[in-house]
Design a protein around this ligand. Structure first.
Ligand code: HEM
Length: 325
């Protein structure tokens, strides 16, 4: 359920001046009216299912003008419902942010405390950058970048800034990924270990290639101005589906990498993996955190009600080079 949301007035009229919501205007008017007449105020029925925001806004405006001659009631319940819906979203974001930060902290601590820390010299300490950068880039930043359109602030007003943010965050994620790959490839070169032999490396390299294709296609179709509205609408679900597939593959790659590393380093250790030393407990927990983070991102992306109202809206098609806003 969405209401006349903050900024919708600006979205419809194209004017930049309005920061006040339809709801806010009605409330202000209602309050003034109550002050004038000391009567009860009628409610504007401003609850709408996703996708009917515009209709809702005009209904809301109609009600506003219709009610100019009748008495008003406060919007207490609806105000409460909007706040609750956004409140739940931001609460989920806080959980997601905590999980993401813990993933990065845990993998960094594992590499620093048990694996000797970081360097950029081809040694095993250079390898240690690989897990940290892959989890930061391909899991945490990728996940966050995927959720840009789920932020309530992005549901109204021009879509272009959000598209640019989405593309930029993904580009940043891709950059971290490439540096993470350089770390492991150089380590293999330096130690004369052959490349791309393990299941982990096959999964990983496939994921990175898919990511590169997804970003390039997304940029060409959704940001550059040549693609028609029809083509964009056709490709949008495919883009979302592949985005979710890439995140799932990233999680699988990260888990298989953690597992492989544990087998390597605890093979000849005094306390082997099967005796569950503290390093294994810690690294297993890191894997669980990565899975929890990934599943929460996938839930918000695919199954949650937090979505920008769908097409037909004026701002759905805003090519980068034709932006008039
Ligand atoms: C999305 C995340 C990840 C991707 C895409 C990825 C990708 C790759 C690739 C392509 C290689 C092959 C490098 C070569 O052949 O020279 C590799 C190697 C390796 N990665 Fe990852 N990795 C990821 C996460 C991790 C994590 C979290 C760990 C945990 C420690 C890890 C551990 C390893 C290890 C031990 C190797 C060397 C052995 C091998 O080639 O399989 N990786 N990774």
């Amino acid at each position: 359920m969405f209401l006349c949301y903050e900024g919708i007035t600006r979205h419809r009229s194209g004017s930049k001046e309005s920061g006040i919501s339809c709801r806010g205007k009605i409330e202000a008017e209602a309050l003034a009216s109550r002050r004038r007449r000391h009567t009860a105020l009628p409610t504007c029925q401003t609850s709408f299912p996703a996708g009917q925001l515009e209709q809702g806004h005009s209904d809301c405006e109609n009600q506003r003008s219709d009610h100019s001659s009748v008495s008003f009631q406060p919007l207490g319940l609806q105000e409460f419902l909007i706040r609750m819906a956004s409140g739940r979203f931001y609460l989920t974001c806080m959980v997601l942010g905590s999980l993401g930060s813990m993933c990065i902290l845990f993998i960094t601590y594992w590499m620093q405390y048990w694996r000797g820390g970081f360097a950029w010299d081809g040694s095993v300490h250079m390898f240690n950058w690989h897990p940290v950068l892959m989890i930061s880039g391909m899991v945490v930043l990728y996940g966050a970048a995927s959720l840009v359109y789920r932020l309530p602030a992005s549901w109204v007003g021009p879509k272009l800034p959000w598209k640019v943010l989405h593309a930029t965050l993904h580009l940043l994620a891709f950059t971290l990924t490439v540096v993470g790959l350089v770390a492991v490839f150089q380590f293999h070169n330096h130690s004369k270990i052959s490349h791309l032999y393990s299941l982990h490396s096959w999964l990983g390299i496939t994921t990175v290639v898919f990511f590169a294709c997804q970003w390039s296609l997304g940029f060409a179709i959704f940001l550059l101005p040549w693609a028609s509205q029809w083509l964009r609408s056709l490709l949008k679900p495919v883009h979302v589906f592949f985005g979710a597939c890439i995140l799932s593959l990233s999680i699988t790659s990260a888990i298989s990498g953690i597992n492989e590393k544990l087998f390597f380093v605890l093979k000849n250790a005094t306390k082997p993996y099967s005796s569950l030393p503290s390093e294994a407990v810690f690294a297993n927990s890191t894997g669980i955190l990565v899975v929890a983070f990934g599943l929460l991102v996938l839930y918000i992306l695919l199954a949650s009600p937090w979505k920008r109202p769908d097409p037909g809206t004026l701002t759905d098609r805003q090519p980068l080079l034709h932006d008039r806003e």
